[in-house]
Design a protein around this ligand. Structure first.
Ligand code: BDR
Ligand code: CA
Length: 312
């Protein structure tokens, strides 16, 4: 059965691969729309990049909406040092011809959740949670209508990537994350603990390139670019494909394992703003609010991804 999803995103090479994986899987996933948010790069680039990726997938029919251009209460932090000036550095891809939708992304989220049957739409946030939190605040009645939220963000054992304590997506807009994690919607979280295990080794990158398609080569070039940051920082084998863990989970949840725990968002810490305080060891007695993933079958993940990208 097809599951209806909305992808909320700040592309980003790994966001791009997550979107491609979803669009390559129409039997399982019906992408109702893509909502762009400011994150890795400013909004003007993330909405454009989302359209570039749809066209790369041969899906100019997918509606793309621009959303919030800054976090709820803070100045925007971006990550050009990881993703390059455009956010999609690596392959040379044409400017999109498909239009940006007129409606604001938050309006699209609200209208779609009101229109579709209750608990039939899954939200897939791949960037800061500003659009989702803004929609929840503006129209609280949509919150119980959301089937579930599967998001990339946070870290426990891996702690932080943008600061010593915090992962980028949560750090950029901790107040938005606090609203989403406190919403009561069933949450599945792909933290760095998982995504740092989804590493594009040379062999895995060769498999993308070996598809011999425009998409396969573009993904190989994206990960070539993206990997230089993590190799230098962590000494890892290649680029972590953070965001595709979200769309892969929708297709093959059996590839992932974790714990249903309480996760609170640090919004005030002098050094720790944006930290996901996950009660992994169950020491607080606070009610669980998130399935917090800890491990994945990396070979299974890359086999799925390569096979699906080959369909585009
Ligand atoms: C997250 O931050 C961004 O740089 C990536 O696209 C991913 O969503 C990883 O911390
Ligand atoms: Ca992202």
């Amino acid at each position: 059965m097809q599951r209806k999803i909305i992808i909320d995103t700040d592309p980003g090479q790994d966001d791009a691969v997550a979107i491609l994986l979803a669009l390559a899987s129409p039997d399982e996933l019906d992408v109702l729309g893509i909502t762009a948010v400011a994150g890795n790069v400013p909004l003007a680039l993330t909405q454009k990049n989302a359209r570039i990726v749809c066209e790369l997938a041969g899906r100019p029919d997918v509606p793309v909406f621009a959303g919030c251009d800054r976090p709820l209460k803070r100045a925007l932090v971006t990550a050009e040092h990881v993703h390059g000036k455009t956010g999609l550095d690596g392959p040379v891809l044409p400017d999109p011809l498909m239009p940006l939708q007129d409606a604001h992304a938050v309006e699209f989220l609200i209208q779609t959740l009101r229109r579709e049957p209750a608990e039939s739409v899954t939200l897939c946030p791949l960037g800061p949670l500003t659009n989702i939190a803004t929609a929840m605040q503006a129209a609280p009645e949509i919150v119980p209508r959301i089937a579930q939220i599967v998001l990339m963000g946070g870290a426990y054992f891996e702690v932080g990537n943008i600061t010593p304590a915090a992962e980028f997506n949560i750090h950029v807009d901790p107040e938005a994350a606090e609203i989403v994690f406190g919403s009561g919607v069933p949450l599945t979280v792909m933290p760095l603990d998982v995504t740092h295990k989804a590493l594009v080794t040379q062999a895995r990158n060769a498999a993308f390139r070996g598809l011999g398609t425009r998409v396969g080569v573009a993904v190989a070039e994206m990960t070539d670019f993206f990997e230089r940051f993590d190799k230098a920082k962590y000494g890892s084998d290649g680029a972590p494909l953070h965001d595709p863990c979200v769309t892969a989970f929708l297709l093959r949840p059996d590839l992932f394992s974790g714990r249903h725990v309480n996760v609170e968002i640090e919004t005030e810490g002098r050094f720790t703003a944006g930290m996901t305080v996950a009660d992994w060891w169950g020491v607080t007695g606070r009610a669980p609010n998130a399935m917090f993933m800890g491990d994945l079958d990396a070979d299974g993940f890359f086999a799925l991804l390569t096979e699906r990208l080959g369909r585009l």
